[in-house]
Design a binder for this molecule. Sequence first.
Ligand SMILES: C[S@@+](CC[C@H](N)C(=O)[O-])C[C@H]1O[C@@H](n2cnc3c(N)ncnc32)[C@H](O)[C@@H]1O
Length: 323
Amino acid sequence: MGGIYIWGTGCGAGELSALLPERVEISGFVDSFPMADTFMDKPVLLPEQLKAAEPELVLVSARASAAILSKCQELGIERDVLLFTKNSVRLEDMNISYSAAQKLLGADTVAALIPSYHAVREPMKKYNSPLSARDYENDYVRIKTLEAVCRRLDSVPGAAAELGVYKGSFARCINALMPERKLYLFDTFEGFESSEAAREKRLGNLSEGVEAAHKNTSLNKVMSLMPNPASVRPMPGYFPESLNGLEDVFAFVSLDADLEESTLAGLEYFVPRMAEGGCIFLHDYDSHEFAGVRNAVERYEAQHGKFHALPLCDVNGTLVICF
Ligand SMILES: C[S@@+](CC[C@H](N)C(=O)[O-])C[C@H]1O[C@@H](n2cnc3c(N)ncnc32)[C@H](O)[C@@H]1O
């Protein structure tokens, strides 16, 4: 009993574990929607199992901080054992004390973990939306922009697609906002291809933790999250081989492959097939982490000319490319 837990089993959890000193042993992970029983060789608990584990410290790597806080309150988990590391969508710091974390991790590590910036959360005009507060918490600016863009795509013909689906959280929003539109989901559903990942690791554009975290998904779990599965066309496998000669026209594409060659392959395939009025959301364009994404854009633009595009000030710097 006791010990340190990380809440979340996504790439944020992978990044966070990489920031911890080697002497710090993680007892396990916590996730409300676990993909598997273990993550990074440690057990994954449901929130309901956490209280009995008597955690000394829970490092919250997931962004759904409000939902996690209220779940912990419901479960009777003391607030001062929680350290929120990603509450970047609200003005106030949700942490009420750093003392448990400082005792177990040291002051320098805690300083590296706590959020260093806060984006203002201004309410937009209210529309009826199929999305939930949890969807917005993942990245308020990106999801609200998606919602606004989808309202303008009604008259644009073509399918939607995502290259880089992972656990399906953004794909779920696309599918909810455009229930009737065909949605192709391209992913290996087993993480990055190993030789491409090895190259990006050599270049310092990918960490071991982020690579390991991306193996933690499955097509079945992703499909179970889709609100309108009849519109979804899963395309498992390594892109572009997974296209298998597919020809279609696209109104909306989310490119979120993280790595340079896959992003470039995505641009080469989708850009010539975009409908007029359509758009591509290219995630991580302004990310400090995945430098390969911007390299891919620069290589594509050097050959084909500059995009008409608008960079977003969302969590990872999405570029919205307009056609
Ligand atoms: C950052 S994740 C996607 C996150 C997702 N869009 C979301 O918002 O939750 C990147 C994903 O891209 C996938 N990926 C990268 N390159 C790929 C390729 N060439 N073919 C198939 N999947 C690829 C990885 O397997 C990984 O799941």
